[in-house]
Design a protein around this ligand. Structure first.
Ligand code: GUN
Ligand code: ZN
Length: 654
């Protein structure tokens, strides 16, 4: 029912198919009041809306009408209609007069596309005992709802108050059953108190245990300033009553916060409403008329922000958008900092290369997945006993570095000859960049301010100190010491002059190790290897063994792209399951013929594979049948039942 088209961090562009109707995610579902509709919501979202089945149920007239003509006709919407169950009313008024069974059957009867059971929205910070008791009821009702429905899709809401372990338990339990969407519930009180940091922990403890193959809905989060951050946590669906609630109080939503009409001298945006009216005109209007206009402004800005978030996923700049948005309010910044604590989990899903460069936008950027991953990747390179740390002479480092460099500090002692050393360029924000891999994404594709901040330097110094532990000897060039205020003592001075020459063959081997994993350089580039550089740009372009082309280097991100011969060589010399995606017998003929690999046919894969990695496609006997670019990470490949997992490099299929 759900497939992923593009990814960035935990954020994804998805297609959610509901009874043959397609919904692009992430998206905002406007909340429609079944009775009061002041304007046509289809102008904003033709694909999906949400309405409240309980409000229909308890109003006799509405109920009869909905039973007679269905909920779609009732609210005049022929896209996907999701319905809520009355749980929110339950949490607000303490009691409602409908049972779980009745409300599920009612939603089915009125033709709701996606229904919700009667979960208990346990408020934040209640006693553990209460949270556990109510959670048991929530889970029990969700499971029962599977028996009460016929073909309506089902929401199963994650509850558990502010206890991360209860949220996790709930998510794990619900994952075992065939629900279609997982809302995360009871965050509204936290939204109202600006406690976004706690929301991050709730969402992350849920998301980490929910199937990635089902859309996640953050219930009640309708403020556009939250969208980027919440999408970056893996949320796909949002509902908005905020556009109405804020308009009722004469408040304007914006991606940067909220404006009160009483304070406005200028209209806050360029939507049709803001272009047509002045704040003064609105203030003089009748309340009803004004409400209608402000709520439309609120929808315009909400949908334009949601489009911006989707575009950022396509561009690979979602985290940059999050960093910008989170500067709007200290509580949002706090939430973002909280999210960065989950980078180990996020790394499993983040693509290894993206269309846009890594932008350093403040100290938080140091804790982004890309930097964390870089330090994992450099462990894949061959280990030497001596590290030589060189300054940057401009990018690309390997092509600008002088042939000889003099003036070092020597920390430790290695008896190995100087040729057996590992060269690193020291630069922000990636700190320790092995010379030779420096043209690979994101090491070259990153922008950093020239005025360094303290955190940057501190972070870098810490990384250099780690090398002092790891290597028998570290030679630090004097310019590195100066530029980053390392403060190395003169007693370590050594006037040695070092030749920095690095052969092209060594460069491509290091690149292969960095990209495909430890030992890949030797596996791929043994034999009589020739490395050809472009005469125009000076960049490495082609790698041959004798006269056979093994690989090319893709200019924008410096990634090694294999040829069929290169893939065969990697496959021959790398052990199962390294770099592999294994497909079942059913899919084999199609994949051999050049078709893409669909997730549902995958029976095994290398856990280290990430989206946009170059991968080998094999059958169950580990025979190479194709190769191509992963669209999903290994974890998603194993989980998804729909969509493409590997794009086949058709030009090489036999
Ligand atoms: N709307 C906002 N929060 C919730 C929730 O926790 N459960 C349900 N069913 N609806 C909601
Ligand atoms: Zn506007």
């Amino acid at each position: 029912m759900f497939e992923i088209k593009r990814k960035d961090g935990l954020g994804r562009i998805g297609i959610f198919t509901v009874k043959n109707k397609k919904v692009q995610t992430p998206t905002l579902m406007p909340v429609i009041h079944p009775k009061k509709q002041e304007f046509d919501i289809k102008k904003f979202n033709k694909e999906i809306v949400i309405t409240n089945a309980y409000i229909i149920y308890r109003d006799e007239e509405l109920r009869e009408e909905a039973i007679k003509k269905g909920v779609h006709k009732l609210i005049d919407f022929d896209g996907v209609v999701m319905t809520d169950s009355g749980s929110f009313q339950l949490s607000k008024y303490g009691d409602i007069d409908v049972s779980n069974k009745e409300i599920i059957e009612f939603q089915e009867k009125i033709g709701s596309d996606i229904g919700t059971s009667l979960d208990i929205p346990t408020p934040p910070y209640v006693s553990r005992k209460r949270a556990e008791e109510e959670l048991d009821i929530t889970i029990k009702r969700a499971i029962e709802s599977l028996d009460y429905r016929k073909d309506m899709l089902l929401n199963a809401v994650v509850q558990g108050s502010t206890y991360p372990d209860l949220r996790a338990r709930c998510a794990k339990e619900l994952s075992k059953y065939s629900f279609d969407v997982h809302p995360i519930g009871a965050v509204v009180p936290l939204l109202e108190s600006y406690d976004y940091r706690t929301i991050v922990n709730i969402v992350m403890s849920s998301v980490q245990h929910l199937p990635r193959s089902r859309p996640i809905h953050l219930m009640g989060a309708g403020h556009p300033m939250l969208f980027a951050l919440m999408v970056a946590m893996g949320c796909d669906l949002f509902d908005s009553a905020a556009y109405m609630l804020y308009a009722q109080d004469d408040r304007f939503l914006s991606p940067h916060g909220t404006y009160k009409l009483q304070d406005l001298q200028e209209m806050p945006c360029t939507c049709p409403i803001c272009l047509e009216y002045t704040p003064e005109e609105l203030r003089r209007m009748e309340k009803d008329e004004r409400y209608k206009l402000i709520s439309q402004h609120n929808l315009y800005v909400s949908f334009s922000e949601m489009r911006r978030v989707r575009q950022a996923i396509y561009d690979g700049s979602l985290m940059e958008l999050v960093e910008k948005r989170c500067r709007s309010h200290p509580t949002l910044l706090d939430a973002y900092r909280e999210l960065l604590k989950y980078k180990k989990f996020i790394e499993k899903y983040d693509p290894v290369t993206k269309p846009s460069a890594f932008f350093y936008l403040g100290p938080e950027s140091l804790r982004r997945v890309e930097i964390y991953r870089h330090f994992k990747k450099i462990k894949q390179l061959p280990k030497r006993s001596r590290a030589i740390l060189l300054p940057s002479y401009g990018k690309p480092y390997n092509r600008n570095i002088p042939k000889k460099i003099k003036g070092f500090y020597r920390i430790g002692n290695s008896s190995k000859p100087i040729e057996e050393s590992q060269f690193f360029v020291v630069d922000v924000p990636f700190c320790i960049i092995p010379l030779g891999v420096d043209e690979l994404y994101p090491l070259a594709q990153c922008e950093v301010p020239k005025n360094y901040d303290l955190e940057m330097k501190e972070f870098l110094i810490k990384k250099i100190e780690d090398l002092f532990e790891e290597y028998e000897e570290v030679l630090v060039n004097e310019l590195v010491n100066e530029r980053f205020d390392l403060g190395l003592s003169n007693k370590y001075r050594d006037d040695i002059e070092i030749e920095t020459k690095i052969e092209d063959l060594e460069i491509v081997k290091l690149m292969a190790d960095y990209q495909f994993g430890e030992g890949s350089g030797e596996a791929l580039f043994n034999g009589n290897i020739r490395v050809l550089r472009s005469r125009k740009t000076g960049r490495i372009r082609y790698i041959y063994e004798d006269d056979v082309l093994l690989a090319t280097i893709r200019p924008p991100d410096g990634f090694i792209i294999l040829t069929w011969d290169g893939a065969k060589k990697l496959h021959e010399n790398r052990e199962y399951p390294l770099n592999r995606v294994v497909v079942n017998e059913e899919a084999e003929p199609f994949v051999k013929a050049g078709r893409n690999v669909f997730a549902k046919f995958i029976i095994d894969c290398d856990k280290k594979i990430r989206a946009n990695d170059e991968v080998l496609v094999v059958n169950k006997d580990d025979e190479l049948i194709a190769f191509g670019k992963a669209v999903l990470s290994s974890y998603e490949m194993m989980e998804f039942e729909r969509g493409v997992a590997v794009k086949n490099r058709k030009e090489w299929s036999e």
